[in-house]
Design a protein around this ligand. Structure first.
Ligand code: GRF
Length: 176
């Protein structure tokens, strides 16, 4: 069986990255995480990669004159690791077309696309009053949580949910 080379991009706590790191420890999973990249320093996601002995890199948008410059720098760095796939795991920046033209890129969204796109999927689902929400795995295109859907899983909204409890249950569902 061939092993897929994956670069994971993170911006935060990296619990989804951790699930991938744990899964990839099993050679039968068929995935090798070759690098973890971020758009900010000192985040737990990078620390998780470092503890696993995986190379990391950071490029902050604010260090570039233009968004295109940042996008280009990210694409160059990612290309050094020759990935078969890029996976966004809580990566909070939109990648530009130049990047997306070079790499098949997957992302997860904590809602059932096309509902509740953007940064606040769990909050927006709660505010709307839906009784079922969930998580979506999709191929990143130029839009906000608009790309082709690969898989979805549902999560019931409980009467006493707040944003945090709902998002936490969605994250558990995302990891399984
Ligand atoms: C997940 O809910 C994911 O759907 C969203 O960001 C969250 C990432 O959490 N895009 P973590 O950083 O993996 O803990």
């Amino acid at each position: 069986m061939s092993t897929a080379r994956i670069v994971v991009l993170v911006s935060g706590s990296g619990t989804n990255l951790q699930a991938l790191l744990d899964a990839a420890d099993d050679p039968d999973y068929g995935v090798r995480i070759v690098a973890v990249g971020a758009d900010r320093d000192e985040i737990e996601g990078l620390a998780r990669a470092e503890r696993h002995g995986i190379p990391t890199f950071t490029r902050r948008v604010s260090d570039f004159e233009t968004r295109e410059g940042w996008d280009n720098a990210m694409a160059t760095l990612v290309s050094w690791f020759e990935p078969d796939l890029v996976v966004c795991a809580g990566f909070m920046k939109l990648l530009g077309q130049e990047f997306l033209d070079q790499f098949v890129t997957l992302n997860t969204h904590p809602a059932l696309c096309p509902s509740f796109p953007g940064m606040h999927g769990p909050r927006d689902a709660l505010d709307y009053g839906v009784k079922v929400t969930g998580a979506t795995l999709f191929v990143v295109d130029g839009g906000v949580d608009t790309g082709p859907i690969v898989a979805q899983t549902t999560v019931p909204v409980e009467a006493d949910d707040d944003v945090e409890s709902l998002h936490e249950r969605i994250k558990v569902a995302e990891r399984t």
